[in-house]
Design a protein around this ligand. Structure first.
Ligand SMILES: NC(=O)c1ccc[n+]([C@@H]2O[C@H](COP(=O)([O-])OP(=O)(O)OC[C@H]3O[C@@H](n4cnc5c(N)ncnc54)[C@H](OP(=O)(O)O)[C@@H]3O)[C@@H](O)[C@H]2O)c1
Length: 298
C-alpha cells in the first residue's frame, strides 16, 4: 500500500511511520522539521491544498491517514476560528480530494466528542455532545469524512513517545515523577487510553482489512487519571515524586472538560478479531519502550 500520513512528525503520525516503514510505502506531510535518519516527508502545510493534492496524485496515494489537528483543547477554545480551519475545513478538503482520486481516508478523532455525563463506556451508537470547541470541531471533521462510506474514523485517546519536545500524558507523568515533583491527579475523570504504538498497529490492520465507518480505537476498559499515574509509578518502579488525589475544577480551565470519557472498543475487537491492551497492559508496554529508548541513549 502507498500510505500518506498528515502530521507525520507528531505523536501518532511518527508512531504510524515507525510501525509501517518496513512493511508499506510511507510518505507524509508536516510543518515541523524533524531530523530522523532515513525519514523523509513533505514540508507542506495542509492549508496549501493544491500542493497536497498534487503530491497525492504524483505519489499515487492509496491511503491517507489524517492525524494533524489543533489538539490543544485550551488553544482551540481561545482560537475557535483556527480550530475550525484546521480541524474542519482542512479535513473536508482532504475528504473531497480523497474521493476525487479514490484514496481511502482514515481520520483520527477523539473521545472529546462526548459530554461525559454517562458513567458507562460510550459506544459508537451513543449520541455525541461535545462540551468544548476542540470536541465540536473534531466531530464536524468526522461528519465530513463519513460522507464517504469507504472512509474510516477512529475515535481514540492516546499517549506515547514524542519525536518533538512536546510531552504526551504518559511522558509528562514519568518525567515529573523522575524530577521528584508532586502531581495532583483527577479521581473524577476517566478515560480509555491506548499507547500510540498499539494504535498504529490497529490502523494498519484496519487498512489491510479495508475497514470503513466509525470505530472506537482505544484501550480496553477505562481508568481514572489518578489511577493511571499510580499504575505508571508502580510499573516504572519509581521511588521519586508524589501523586496526590484531586478533583477537577472546570472553573479554572479555559475549555470545559468531559468527566467520563471511557469508550468501548468491542466493535473494533470483534471486527478485527483481536485483543487490545487494558490501560495497565499499555503502561507495561510503554515502560519497555521508554527503557529501550533510554538504553539506546546511554
Ligand atoms: N494526543 C492525544 O491525547 C489525543 C487524544 C485524542 C485524540 N487525538 C487525535 O489524534 C490525532 C493525533 O494527535 P497527536 O497528539 O499525534 O498530535 P500532534 O502530536 O500535535 O501531531 C500533529 C502534527 O501535525 C502538525 N500540523 C499541525 N498543523 C499542520 C498543518 N497545517 N499542516 C501540516 N502539519 C500540521 C503538527 O505540527 P505542530 O506541532 O507545529 O502543531 C504536528 O507535528 C489528532 O487528530 C488528535 O485530535 C489525540
Amino acid at each position: 500500500m502507498k500510505i500518506y500520513i498528515t502530521g507525520i512528525a507528531g505523536l501518532l503520525g511518527y508512531s504510524i511511520y515507525r510501525c509501517l516503514k518496513d512493511r508499506e510505502e510511507v510518505d507524509g506531510f508536516d510543518i515541523v522539521e524533524a531530523e530522523v535518519p532515513g525519514m523523509s516527508y513533505h514540508h507542506i502545510s495542509l492549508f496549501d491544498t493544491e500542493a497536497v493534492e498534487q503530491e497525492l496524485i504524483r505519489g499515487k496515494a492509496e491511503v491517507l491517514i489524517h492525524t494533524a489537528a489543533l489538539v490543544n483543547v485550551d488553544e482551540c477554545e481561545e482560537h475557535p476560528k483556527e480550530a475550525e480551519k484546521l480541524n474542519v475545513w482542512v479535513t473536508a478538503q482532504l475528504a473531497d480530494m480523497c474521493q476525487r482520486h479514490q484514496i481511502k481516508m482514515v481520520y483520527i478523532s477523539t473521545d472529546a466528542v462526548f459530554d461525559g455525563e454517562e458513567e458507562r463506556l460510550y459506544t459508537e451508537e451513543d449520541k455525541t455532545n461535545p462540551v468544548n470547541v476542540y470536541g465540536r470541531t473534531k466531530r464536524e471533521g468526522e461528519i465530513c469524512v463519513l460522507r464517504y462510506p469507504e472512509n474510516l474514523v477512529f475515535r481514540t485517546n492516546l499517549y506515547g513517545i514524542n519525536l518533538q519536545k512536546k510531552q504526551s500524558f504518559g511522558e509528562w507523568i514519568y518525567q515529573s515523577l523522575k524530577e521528584n515533583k508532586t502531581l495532583h491527579m483527577f479521581t473524577d475523570i476517566d478515560f480509555s487510553p491506548i499507547l500510540a504504538e498499539e494504535l498504529a498497529e490497529l490502523i494498519h490492520k484496519a487498512c489491510q482489512n479495508n475497514l470503513g465507518g466509525l470505530y472506537h480505537a482505544c484501550g480496553t476498559g477505562c481508568i481514572t487519571k489518578y489511577a493511571f499515574a499510580i499504575k505508571l509509578k508502580e510499573i516504572f518502579g519509581l521511588k521519586t515524586g508524589t501523586i496526590e488525589a484531586s478533583v477537577s475544577d472546570n472553573g479554572v480551565l479555559k475549555a470545559r472538560r468531559s468527566k467520563h470519557m471511557g469508550m468501548s472498543n468491542e466493535k473494533l475487537r470483534g471486527e478485527l478479531q483481536i485483543e487490545i491492551s487494558t490501560p495497565e497492559e499499555g503502561i507495561k508496554r510503554f515502560y519497555q519502550q521508554i527503557k529501550e529508548g533510554e538504553s539506546i541513549g546511554d
